[in-house]
Design a binder for this molecule. Structure first.
Ligand code: ATP
Ligand code: MG
Length: 345
């Protein structure tokens, strides 16, 4: 009965189709949680939603170290289930097992210039932080094209992502418009981002975006000790030397995290006033944040461990979702091939 109600609800909202995904380059972290996962848990109640474990995309900067990707596929699935993504309501699938996505990437790559790829600001900053020098893997430079294949391959229109993904959606829509123009009809639909309240969670040191590859994360699987250590090392206001001094909120990671994770915004606002006026120490604000994160992460970590103890179940979830996704991606591929006139038989 409950499932019938859910499906009815979804049928009323078929105008939007959701797709998101995560590179299988590590376990998921607090940035994923506030940037995208929380939204997915809500959206699955109302919309058709697909979540893609992007293992092929993970290889684009790990070709020399593929175990990093293969070892993390199930970690990502366990994280999904632990935060409440329900495989009955959300289709969870594996990119490398949907060949139509790789084929679409190949076709779309004819519509994008190297200069355009080099202009993508997220890719540009990732290239410089990864110190590739001139040895940029071709797959890495072109991964926005593969993301366009993922999005259009599922006819997705609404994409809950963090801020770093906006340039990818822009590139996707350029490809969509070019293809529709070639076909002289609407073959693909454009997508739009759905940004959360916290669309770029900084790392603990405040220097960059929290990212799996940069090793600056607080994982959803973090132990009590790891959480405590991370909070203690958090960047605050370097000029706030004495408790009685007024402190700065801007750029103070403890307050950024309190804004993102504390359930009582009025209380956080009163802490901010106190801190700015002077008389509130960093030790105290860090303790408040630590309690908040410990309480939030503990049940996620415990559920995650239960799922990790049953890897066969995780594989089954992924397999079922992948099988369900293949048809849709194949249909899009056929339409795209026809748009290029490649439909002789
Ligand atoms: P990698 O370092 O391997 O690129 P990542 O930590 O950046 O990993 P992704 O798998 O690239 O994670 O991103 C998955 C989704 O999570 C994307 O929608 C991305 O925008 C979002 N996301 C990742 N990090 C953050 C963050 N710090 N704040 C908000 N959203 C984030
Ligand atoms: Mg990333």
């Amino acid at each position: 009965m409950q499932n019938i109600q859910k499906n009815l609800l979804k049928e009323n909202n078929t105008s939007e189709k959701i797709l998101t995904g995560d590179r299988a380059t590590g376990s998921l972290h607090l940035g994923h949680f506030v940037g995208s996962l929380q939204q997915r848990v809500k959206l699955q109640e109302q919309y058709m939603q697909t979540v893609l474990v992007a293992d092929m995309q993970g290889l684009t900067d790990n070709g020399h170290n593929p175990q990093k990707v293969s070892a993390n596929i199930l970690n990502v699935v366990a994280d999904y289930l632990a935060v409440g993504i329900d495989p009955v309501k959300t289709t969870i699938c594996l990119q490398s097992k949907i060949p139509a996505l790789a084929e679409l990437t190949m076709y779309y790559s004819n519509l994008v210039s190297i200069a355009r790829l080099e202009r993508n600001p997220t890719v540009k900053s990732e290239i410089s932080s990864k110190s590739f020098g001139r040895a940029i893997p071709a797959g890495f430079l072109t991964y926005p094209i593969s993301q366009a294949a993922d999005i259009t391959g599922f006819n997705a229109t609404l994409i809950p992502v963090g801020e770093d993904q906006l340039p990818m959606l822009e590139q996707t829509n350029e490809i969509v418009r070019k293809l529709n123009n070639i076909a002289q009809q609407q073959v693909l639909v454009e997508c739009k981002p759905l940004l959360s309240k916290v669309s770029r969670l900084p790392s603990v040191d405040g220097r960059s975006k929290m990212s799996k590859s940069l090793g600056n994360t607080i994982m959803l699987a973090a132990s009590e000790k790891e959480i405590s250590k991370a909070v203690k090392s958090m960047y605050t206001d370097p000029e706030h030397l004495n408790i009685l001094d007024p402190g700065k909120i801007e750029g103070n990671v403890v307050f950024t995290y309190l804004d993102a994770f504390h359930e009582d915004p009025d209380y956080v606002a009163s802490l901010k006033r106190h801190y700015q006026a002077g008389g509130l120490g960093d030790g105290k604000t860090k303790n408040i944040l630590e309690t908040c994160l410990q309480d939030m992460i503990k049940p996620i970590r415990e559920r995650r461990q239960l799922y990790m103890n049953d890897k066969a179940q995780l594989i089954e979830v992924l397999k079922r979702g992948t099988e369900k996704s293949q048809d849709e991606a194949n249909q899009v591929l056929q339409k795209v091939k026809s748009a290029f006139g490649l439909n002789l038989f």
